[in-house]
Design a protein around this ligand. Structure first.
Ligand code: ATP
Ligand code: MG
Length: 227
């Protein structure tokens, strides 16, 4: 375990299936005191609990389109606040939010007011062909967001979560048709989002077609600046 010497407020950017969730688990194993928050996991929890936000979000997710910005900003603002993360001392990692420039603006206003702006934004750059093939093999443990790949990272028992023994499930939106729409949505939003963080001087990119290639680069980047 590596301890951070100063707070890290990290956003992982990357196409659907680029491995944000996998990199997040690996980072949690290596660096102590980082807290993860995935907007997709948060939405899936809301859907499972049939909350008003869950009911609103479910059709967007099923169709592979983005949930409206205001809904996302309010949801995430509330979540960051209730977790006590709006503080200059907390270290955390966001996956999947902000995803549009409007969301980035909304979040930035709130973070800046609490002296805890994002200090690192890393784009995971993975070949699209590689990504498409991965999705079909992906299974998740819904309550925790843990991700398995039947080929590269299979569970110890078939279709069963290693830690809890609970069943794994397939995401409704992890099929070829919806996945293509998610990729299009991602690519449409990417440039303005990157511009926003580039202007703040916090944007970097890590390239590679497997998580095992990307992770050492990402870990080195974080260690060199924050450990
Ligand atoms: P992966 O989890 O494979 O990296 P992804 O990034 O497309 O792929 P999630 O982040 O789990 O998947 O998001 C799933 C769906 O939830 C999205 O397709 C979208 O409908 C909705 N969603 C998640 N985050 C946001 C966001 N910040 N803004 C709008 N919609 C979102
Ligand atoms: Mg994800």
């Amino acid at each position: 375990m590596t301890t951070l010497s100063r707070p890290l407020r990290l956003l992982l950017l990357g196409a659907p299936g680029s491995g944000k969730g996998t990199q997040t688990s690996k980072l949690l194993d290596k660096f102590s005191h980082i807290n993860p928050l995935s907007s997709g996991d948060l939405l899936r929890t809301q859907i499972a609990a049939q909350t008003p936000i869950g009911r609103e979000a479910s059709s967007y997710i099923t169709n592979g389109t983005l949930v409206p910005d205001m809904t996302m900003i309010n949801l995430l603002a509330g979540e960051l606040d209730s977790r006590g993360w709006l503080s200059p001392n907390a270290s955390w990692l966001l996956d999947g939010f902000p995803r549009t420039a409007a969301q980035a603006h909304g979040l930035d206003t709130q973070l800046a007011a609490n002296a805890c702006a994002l200090n690192l934004v890393v784009e995971l750059d993975v070949n699209e062909d590689v990504i498409l093939e991965r999705i079909e093999n992906r299974w998740i443990h819904l309550p925790s967001g843990r991700i398995y790949n039947l080929q590269y990272n299979p569970p110890r028992q078939p279709f069963t979560d290693d830690l809890t023994g609970e069943p794994l499930s397939k995401r409704d939106d992890d099929n070829a048709e919806v996945f293509k729409k998610r990729l299009v949505a991602y690519n449409e939003q990417l440039l303005p989002l990157k511009e926003f963080y580039d202007k703040q001087g916090v944007l970097t990119k890590v390239s590679g077609d497997t998580s095992d290639i990307i992770f050492p680069k990402l870990a080195k980047l974080i260690s060199s600046q924050y450990a």
